[in-house]
Design a protein around this ligand. Structure first.
Ligand SMILES: Cc1cc2nc3c(=O)[nH]c(=O)nc-3n(C[C@H](O)[C@H](O)[C@H](O)COP(=O)(O)OP(=O)(O)OC[C@H]3O[C@@H](n4cnc5c(N)ncnc54)[C@H](O)[C@@H]3O)c2cc1C
Length: 394
């Protein structure tokens, strides 16, 4: 017998085995936040190239930065499911730049403090990050070292009881507006990846400058910066985690970042498909509509199938991660598959819009520009394939 009870409909959802009632409640919270606080301003923020600081405050007040933090430290616990829900929902909004700005703060920078910060560092910064009063950024990539993290040239040299930081960082999300920068630097250059440490740099540190990078393809509402450190004097307390363990700390945090990116791909591909179905149902063709053509139906059916495969890979991987099962290979698979699938799906969606899809009047144009980053950021698809091959002993 068919039941309209909410429990019955939730039990039929694709993530029924993964999510609990609190995740469904969180999904509704994020969805209403996006509808109320993001969508009405999406075009203005895309034009400005920045997300206003006020949005971080509002997100913080709602508790959207509490997940990923133990309850004893003011959070709602370490659990990637909240992050997955948030990434999916924000990606369904009218600008992915917002998801990028909030995500860089909450899912990419903050975990370095939560996982590796000392009690003193946490007492100084964590409450402000959770409240959105201080915005974070992660700086690993450099002009001459992206994929090859071990090849970074930024150095932190001992200076009395502190450090002298020199070097450059490239393509850093929130790089212009952030307050707290988690920076990877060589503390023992001769040791390659075993000579990297993480340092926390405050915005107003003398010798630290930021330049906005313009001309991005997509994610226009998020700011992307070039950072320069010119003999910045940092206190000993700037070290995050252990000396020369930075590479391994970065790799640990990548697991979370990648599954969050994969979930965002699912969210954006799904909303793009739903919008495309609405479009082809009203777009006249002969006596009927585009949706009546078998080629349209087949194209959309194939895309929904790929979307479901991506979603199940993300959820199945999250299920493992929540249980603490080592999932390096699975996370790489989820990230690569979801990013590649979403790019294919959204390309097909634009094709089904015809010329209309090429213009900014339809959201598919922005989605097409925005999704392209997911094959590059957080580790390129090729790097994900490398990880999978290595884990398979190839
Ligand atoms: C909008 C935006 C926001 C970003 N935000 C941040 C941020 O907040 N913080 C941060 O640290 N970084 C950030 N990045 C950087 C991003 O993570 C890098 O661009 C990415 O890791 C790739 O590095 P790269 O650009 O140096 O490309 P490269 O490493 O030069 O790679 C170029 C090509 O070579 C391929 N390649 C490289 N090495 C291998 C290999 N071993 N095997 C096979 N193929 C290989 C790559 O897959 C790619 O196709 C951002 C980038 C962009 C565009």
């Amino acid at each position: 017998m068919k039941s309209d009870a909410p429990e019955a409909s939730l039990a039929a959802e694709p993530g029924a085995y993964l999510f609990e009632p609190r995740h469904h409640e969180f999904r509704q919270l994020v969805r209403s936040f996006v509808d109320r606080e993001v969508n009405p301003h999406a075009d203005a923020w895309e034009a400005a190239g920045h997300v206003p600081r006020d949005l971080f405050h509002k997100a913080g007040e709602l508790g959207l930065f509490k997940h990923g933090v133990p309850e004893a430290e003011g959070g709602t616990g370490i659990d990637c499911r909240m992050a997955i829900v948030m990434s999916e929902e924000i990606s369904r909004g009218h600008t992915r730049g917002v998801g990028m700005a909030l995500g860089a703060h909450n899912e990419i920078a903050k975990p370095h403090l939560v996982r590796f910060g000392t009690p003193l560092q946490k007492s100084k910064y964590l409450a402000d990050m959770i409240a959105g009063r201080k915005v974070g950024a992660l700086g690993v990539t450099e002009p001459k070292a992206g994929t090859n993290v071990a090849g970074i040239k930024t150095t932190a040299v001992r200076d009395g009881d502190g450090w002298l930081l020199s070097g450059e960082k490239m393509y850093i999300t929130n790089g212009v507006d952030a307050d707290l920068f988690f920076i990877a630097a060589k503390t023992d250059p001769a040791r390659g990846r075993q000579g990297i440490s993480m340092l926390l740099v405050e915005r107003d540190t003398p010798g630290f400058s930021r330049t906005e990078l313009t001309g991005k393809l997509g994610r226009l509402a998020s700011d992307t910066g070039y950072l320069k450190f010119d003999n910045c004097r940092l206190p000993a307390s700037a070290l995050i985690g252990a000396v020369n363990q930075g590479f391994y700390q970065i790799m640990q945090c990548f697991e979370h970042e990648r599954i969050v990116i994969a979930a965002g791909c699912v969210g954006l591909a799904e909303v793009s498909l739903d919008e495309t179905v609405a479009y082809v149902k009203q777009r006249g063709y002969g006596d009927g509509h585009l949706a009546d053509m078998q080629v349209t139906k087949q194209r959309l059916a194939k895309s929904y199938m790929e979307l479901e495969a991506a979603r199940q890979l993300v959820y199945g991987t999250a299920w493992r991660v929540v249980r603490g099962i080592p999932s390096l290979k699975e996370v790489a698979m989820a990230k690569a598959f979801a990013a590649e699938a979403a790019c294919r799906i959204i390309d097909d969606c634009l094709q089904l819009h015809g010329g209309a899809g090429y213009l900014s009047a339809y959201p598919i144009q922005r989605a097409y520009r925005d999704i392209r980053l997911d094959r590059i950021g957080g580790g390129t698809t090729e790097v994900m394939y490398d990880i999978i091959a290595k884990q398979k002993g190839i």
